[in-house]
Each structure stands twice: as C-alpha cells, then as structure tokens.
Design a binder for this molecule. Structure first.
Ligand SMILES: [Zn+2]
Length: 454
C-alpha cells in the first residue's frame, strides 16, 4: 500500500513539473513572464503579407512579393531597439462579412473562385495554370491580411497620430471586380471604419501612386452621401493604365493628371523639382480647402524613374522627399495620417520604402523607437503643445536639373566633362587668335602641321 502511494506522488510531481515547463515556455515565448508589457509602435505587419510564389511565377510579374518582410527587416537592422514584437499585428485576415460592406457577394463568392478571373485581376496570365487552392493561399490570403492591416492602421493613426501599414493600398479594386493587382477595397473599408467611430471625420485620400486611384474614385461615385466626408487628392500618370480614368476623374476633388498639368511630358515628370512644385503648393491648398481631420496616404513607390510600370521620372531621393512632404503637412496641421504602400515594381522598391520610413523617423515626423514612442505620442497628441511647438523644418525642394532629359544623367563623367570643357576653351582661343591676326585658321593649321613634320 505504502509503495503504491509513493509511486502516485512521484507521478503527480512529474506531471506538475512538465506542466510548469510548458507554461514557462509559452510565457517566455510570448515575452510576458519578464516583461510586463510589450511596447508597440504603429507599424502594422504580419508575416502573412508576403506573396510566396515559386521562382517561375516570380518571373511573371515585376512585383517583389517578399518586399513587405524585407522592409520590416530593414527597419529592424537600423533601429537597435526594434524587434518583431514591437510591430502591431492585425491578428486576423479581413473576413467575408467585412468585405461585403464594399464588395458584391457574387464577386467574393463566385468570381474569386475562378482562376481566369484571378489571373486577369493580377495581370499575370501564368496564374491560370495554378491550382485554385494555391491562388487562394498564396495570393488572396496575403491581400486579406494586408487589407485588415489598413483598417487597423487607420484606427492606430487616430490613437498615435500616425500609422503605417506595410502593405495594402489596393486603389483599383471595385465593388463587383478587381483589377490592376488589386482585389480588395482596403482604403474604402478603412474610411468606413473611421467614420463608424466618428461620423464627423473628414478624410483626405492623398494618392501619389503613379496610377490613378480609379477604384477609390468609383467608391465615392457609388456613395455620394460620403462626399462631404471623403475627398481624393491624386497626382498620376494619365498616359498609362487605368483606361476609365477620365470617367473616374469627376469624383477626384483634387485631380492632377500629369500630362495635363505643369511640367510633365507624356506623364513623365521632367525633373523632381517640377513634381515638388505641385505637391508642395497644391497639397497645402487641398488641406486648407477641405480641412481634413484624417489623411490616408497611398504612397506608391512606382513613380520611381526605373519602375517598369509607373512611367514617372522621380529619383529615389525624390520619393523619400515626397513622403516627407506629406508627413510634414500632416504633422504641421495636426492631422492623423495612415500610410499604405500601394504599387512599386522595381527590385529596389523595398529599399526605397524602408529608407523613406527611416527618414521620417530621423526627421521626427514619426517614431520607430519603442523606448521613445510613449513620450513622442504624448507630445504629438497634445494639441496645445503642438500648435506652439511645431518646429520641424520643411523638407528640401530638389534643385532643378540643368539638362532636361527625363531624369537621366547626361552620360558624361566629371573627368569627361572637364576634358570637353578644356578642349572647347583651346578651340575658342585658336579662333580668337586667328581673328585678331587675320589668319585663316586652315592655313595656320597647315603651317603648324608642316612645321612639325619637317
Ligand atoms: Zn501604381
């Protein structure tokens, strides 16, 4: 009897020990045993954002499907105090029920089960050969994660004064269909969420992606009662997709098709300075006119001069300065700002976006440091303090390029330029010498040549 009791105690001790180990492990993994609370910064991300395509499919579209995780890694590399736990996780994909507020049931339930439709929306013909479960898992699911991320970002921007969703910006998606690699209407969903929480909010969608945000414009056309609450500011290359842009432009309150405005030629800006003229002046006008209380910034990096789809001519530094201008205005006028990534199809897109977010941090327009975010947010959200103490200098305006050659360099190096200048100078001296002494330049050259050879 005694032996049996002893064995029982041993078993209970062993089980208790195992349970303790499991609980401890779970707590350590969640970082909640030794840290009372993990500090969050309003950068929204989940590893489900990446499109993990096969190598063959990667070749079929210029988008770097893994740029989202690369951006997050570049931020962690530069900010020592930043780790995965500090980013805000949307925690779930957007649900069909939520999507039904901006999409038709037929589109969600039937069209998005059709491989040809999906391939056509993504503009990747090769997707027609993929299994529907593969497309659902590798393409649609990441977009549903990022769609939820845009809504969470909008909520966080109200709390922190700013938020960045490292994805989203599907500004071509429509109620009954998707197009231009956009499946879900994340920005309209975010607008509805903001208005649900405060119906007096005035939202300015600042769309600086290279393409016109025709899907968002159509959303306003379909919901005319929202036009007092939502307005669009859009600078875009009107010589490229989408094809319905003229119709949609009617619902873009601040509409700037590049080829019809300012110094753009066939949609391509002649240099960065022309772009900033319009951005700096017109965005300020739009803010003063519409008086927004929330900005949703669709920050497509496909305006990059080497982007294969955008057809704009803006440099990497130019894109960084562009983002700085938008955040600077938001900060200056105390307007919460939600940024989403939208397009960007060059292999360096993740570097440009990562560097731009880091630049905003360095300029004090956002804060990526978990150790300083609380103090930063308190200062930023204290309107009284803000009005008196806004002292961040405006971003630089890039200098006008001397040669107008669509943003490309002349092709001559510094040494070559010096050599050409020197040769030109010598030639001018010879001409002046001949004119003064009334010598025929050809006779002088012949004499010189004969002297040397004899
Ligand atoms: Zn675009």
């Amino acid at each position: 009897m005694k032996r049996k009791q002893k064995t029982g105690t041993k078993e209970i001790s062993l089980i208790s020990y195992l349970v303790l180990c499991i609980v401890t492990n779970v707590l350590i993994e969640q970082n909640s045993l030794f840290c009372s609370e993990i500090v969050k910064i309003p950068v929204i991300y989940n590893e489900g954002y990446d499109f993990k395509f096969s190598d063959d499919l990667k070749k079929a579209h210029p988008l770097d499907g893994e740029k989202y995780s690369k951006i997050i890694n570049s931020l962690k590399d530069e900010i020592n105090t930043l780790s995965d736990n500090n980013f805000i996780d949307p925690e779930e994909e957007i649900t069909t029920k939520e999507l039904l507020t901006v999409h038709s049931e037929d589109y969600l339930v039937n069209s998005l089960k059709n491989k040809s439709t999906i391939a056509s929306i993504a503009c990747v013909k090769e997707l027609e050969d993929c299994d529907i479960d593969f497309l659902e898992e590798k393409l649609l699911k990441p977009m549903r994660w990022a769609t939820k991320g845009t809504i969470v970002a909008a909520e966080m921007a109200v709390r922190y004064g700013w938020a960045i969703n490292v994805g989203g910006g599907y500004h071509h998606a429509k109620k009954t269909t998707g197009e231009g690699f956009c499946f879900y209407r994340d920005i309209p969903l975010a607008c509805l969420k903001i208005l649900q929480q405060d119906s007096t909010t005035k939202i300015l969608i600042v769309d600086l992606d290279a393409h016109q945000g025709n899907g968002n414009a159509l959303f306003l056309e379909e919901n005319s009662t929202l036009q007092d609450n939502i307005a669009i500011f859009d600078i875009y290359n009107d010589t490229i997709y989408p094809s319905d842009q003229e119709k949609r432009a009617k619902h873009i309150k601040f509409n700037y098709p590049a080829s019809k405005n300012f110094e753009a030629d066939k949609g391509r800006w002649k240099d960065d300075s022309a772009y900033y003229g319009i951005l700096q002046n017109e965005l300020k006008e739009a803010i003063c006119d519409f008086q927004p209380t929330h900005i949703i910034y669709n920050a497509g990096s496909d305006i990059y001069e080497l982007d294969i789809l955008g057809g704009f001519g803006i440099s990497q530094d130019g894109i960084i300065t562009r983002d700085e201008w938008v955040f600077w205005y938001a900060r200056k006028y105390n307007i919460p700002i939600t940024m989403v990534l939208s397009g960007g199809y060059h292999e360096d897109s993740y570097k440009i976006v990562g560097n731009s977010i880091l630049n905003l941090h360095e300029k004090g327009l956002i804060c990526l440091d978990p150790q300083k975010i609380e103090e930063y947010t308190q200062t930023r959200m204290d309107k009284k303090n803000n009005n008196n103490q806004f002292n961040i200098p405006p971003p630089p305006i890039p200098k006008k390029k001397e040669n107008n050659n669509n943003g490309k360099s002349s092709g001559f190096s510094g040494i070559q330029k010096t050599f050409i200048g020197a040769a030109g100078g010598i030639f001018a001296c010879i001409v002046i010498y001949c004119l003064v002494y009334k010598i025929n330049p050809m006779t002088a050259l012949k004499k010189l040549f004969n002297k040397q050879t004899t």
